[in-house]
Design a protein around this ligand. Structure first.
Ligand SMILES: Nc1ncnc2c1ncn2[C@@H]1O[C@H](COP(=O)(O)OP(=O)(O)OP(=O)(O)O)[C@@H](O)[C@H]1O
Ligand SMILES: [Mg+2]
Length: 420
């Protein structure tokens, strides 16, 4: 086959020669017959350098070595591996560089000679673009991965900050709770202080009133004693000395009441438990009380067991009984008997002080142990209204109890219950 055949189709060839895809025609032995300009450009060969050479020179291994056998196989068996199919193969340029091409091969017979026409489409640009796309995708994936990791870190940081915050919040709540408790404690102390102050000022105003009567009694009795100078007036002098003594006792009682209450309220009173011989303890008490009895009054002590002993706080017990006893004296008339009974119950000892005095109005009995409370039938008799309150506080201290029953105009019975 020579070029003459193609010269006749000059026009046709110029079309093929300038086609964008490469065109190579080889004979059945694989020898290149003709190539167009695109092939020259693609492989960087001049046409003269490759025409009449084996097409395998444009292929890298292993096609380079195997192409001849591809051809002879095809011619022998007629089996088409590439002809009429077209596929992607690797081409080898003059420089030794390989590049991808899409190859479509067709078979043609001219004057009983077999030729193969290959149309080559350079895939370098497409491959490059694909590679770039791949790279970009890869980069993108990397970036996404990086960002995901960064995001993860940020989330982790946030989580730990969150945890820290939660701990801080919990700590603050705890501190606030403690503050609140402290505040409540302070409030209680403050309230107590306030109450104590109120009590003191109330006492001062009450005392200034209560002190007036005994003080004027003392003054007038002293003035009268001064006048009773004659021998035969001893009776009168004695009467006024008695009045003075009584008034002084009153004053002392008021002061004692207040001082013991103040100590009790401030929690300054402690207890000292000791063995008390009941009978002698009560007799001593009665003796002391005898000095403040009204005209004709007497205390009847009834203690069946002479040897009875208890363990308690002497002072608490003594002060409580003095309070009850002085009430019985104060709120009953001259010539009356005050009974002082000691009774042993199962696990308590009872000290009962009974009088036939003015009694307590039923509707006022529930308020009797309140500080400064005084029943309406007692207002013309001296008193501060602190005595029974103090007794109940003493009972709290030694684990005892005070109860009473009373009928107005008939009399009262106060009982101290002391645990054995
Ligand atoms: N034996 C009693 N008979 C009648 N009333 C009583 C008797 N004991 C107490 N009371 C009533 O109870 C009130 C409170 O008694 P409390 O001993 O606390 O105070 P007070 O006797 O008035 O004063 P003080 O502080 O001087 O004892 C009295 O004011 C009186 O009304
Ligand atoms: Mg009293």
């Amino acid at each position: 086959m020579d070029k003459r055949i193609f010269e006749q189709g000059q026009t046709l060839w110029s079309v093929l020669d300038t086609a964008i895809d490469g065109i190579i025609i080889i004979n059945e032995r694989g020898i290149i017959q003709i190539v167009n300009q695109a092939v020259e450009k693609m492989f960087d060969y001049h046409a003269q350098e490759i025409i009449s050479k084996n097409i395998s020179m444009l292929m890298p291994s292993p096609d380079h070595e195997r192409h001849d056998s591809y051809l002879s196989n095809h011619i022998r068996t007629g089996e088409a591996k590439i002809i009429g199919i077209g596929r992607e193969v690797t081409a080898l340029a003059k420089s030794g560089k390989t590049f991808p091409i899409r190859l479509a091969v067709s078979e043609v017979f001219i004057n009983d000679n077999r030729y193969f026409t290959g149309i080559l489409h350079d895939l370098s640009a497409q491959k490059h673009a694909e590679e770039q796309l791949l790279n970009l995708t890869y980069e993108l994936e990397n970036k996404v991965q990086l960002r995901t990791e960064e995001l993860g870190e940020v989330v982790n940081k946030l989580l730990s900050v969150n945890k820290q915050l939660q701990t801080e919040i919990a700590e603050r709540i705890e501190i606030e709770r403690e503050l609140k408790i402290n505040e409540e404690k302070m409030q209680i102390l403050l309230d107590r202080e306030k109450e104590l102050n109120q009590m003191k000022s109330r006492f001062v105003s009450m005392a200034s009133h209560e002190f007036r009567t005994p003080l004027s009694t003392i003054l007038s009795s002293a003035a009268l004693i001064d006048k009773y100078v004659l021998e035969g007036q001893q009776d009168k002098r004695s009467k006024h000395v008695y009045k003075i003594k009584n008034a002084v006792t009153n004053l002392t009682n008021i002061l004692n009441d207040f001082l013991s209450l103040e100590k009790l309220e401030e929690g300054l009173v402690g207890t000292k438990m000791e063995v008390i011989h009941v009978n002698s303890f009560c007799q001593e008490l009665v003796e002391e009380m005898n000095s403040i009895l009204k005209q004709g009054q007497r205390i009847e002590l009834i203690c069946l067991d002479n040897e009875m002993e208890i363990v308690s706080d002497t002072r608490c017990l003594y002060n409580s009984m003095i309070n009850l006893m002085s009430n019985a004296i104060k709120y009953s008339d001259e010539d009356q008997v005050i009974r002082f009974e000691i009774q042993l119950q199962e696990d308590i000892i009872e000290f009962k002080i009974k009088d036939d005095g003015i009694g307590i109005p039923a509707d006022e009995q529930s308020k009797l142990f309140t500080r400064f409370y005084r029943a309406r039938n007692a207002t013309n008799i001296q008193g501060t209204g602190l005595g029974l309150h103090i007794v109940s506080r003493y009972m709290d201290l030694i684990g005892g109890n005070v109860r009473f029953k009373s009928d107005e105009g008939v009399g009262s019975e106060f009982t101290l219950e002391i645990p054995l």
